[in-house]
Design a protein around this ligand. Sequence first.
Ligand code: SAM
Length: 281
Amino acid sequence: MENDVFAILRECGFGFKKKLGQNFITDKNLLSSIVRGAGVEEGATAIEIGCGAGTLTRELSKAVGKSGRVVAFEVDKSLKPVLERTLADCPNAEVIFSDFLSVDLKELERRAGEYSVVANLPYYVTTPVIAKLAEEGEKWKSLTVMVQEEVALRLCARENTPEYGAITAQLALYARAEIIKKVPRELFYPRPNVDSAVVKLTAERGRLCVESAEYYKKVVRAAFAARRKTLENNLVNNFPLSREKAAEVLSDCGVCPKARGETLSPEDFARLSNALYGLLG
Ligand code: SAM
């Protein structure tokens, strides 16, 4: 299929669009290791976002077998003739030509039941896609996404490291993140300017005990609003709190008021957000 895909793309007169992040994977070993790492099994429903020429879609289709199905989204309609050919022998795969960011996820979940997401996306839509699934989705079991290596390190970072930030702490509300594979740029066509990594986010929705998810996110955003400022300062600047009250709440939660946001674990943020929600929410 590897060579066939390029022949089909050529025969269909397809032109790669940089603005849609069209860097395709054709390496057979990489494709099968992504699907294995995603844990997609026979009989499962897999949702792929950004299926390109369908190489990963084919691999997913094989993994879920006759009793499973693949629902793939692709924003670029000019790939339609390509996908009609590359997926001709995959009756369990359906392609929906639409921007995944404008898909009604509730409606999709009504039709899909429990599902796993697999995506090799352009870097600029990775964060909004993860945010959409994390915040609106209720039935995904895992999200396996190819991201720029630097983003992978941020998604999987631990507190007290430079990579740890608001996105890491916010994601902890919904999932556990791990890097399952580093991918050199040479394995894409056309070759991008950066290396990538496959990150698997496994749903762990009730892991943190928070009274209000909105408040948790607000506290995390405030804590990282000015990274070099102390938590006390960031709280005073973002909540209706006096300096004394901010210091008192932080101390009550076992956090030093002079500490910085990056030193707090997601569990620390959960305690702090519950205390602030009780006081101000
Ligand atoms: N999955 C294929 C692969 O691994 O070879 C293609 C990956 S390519 C990096 C990303 C694909 O996502 C492109 O085909 C692009 O057109 C599509 N895409 C970009 N933004 C999208 C969006 N918002 N919704 C659906 N597809 C999108």
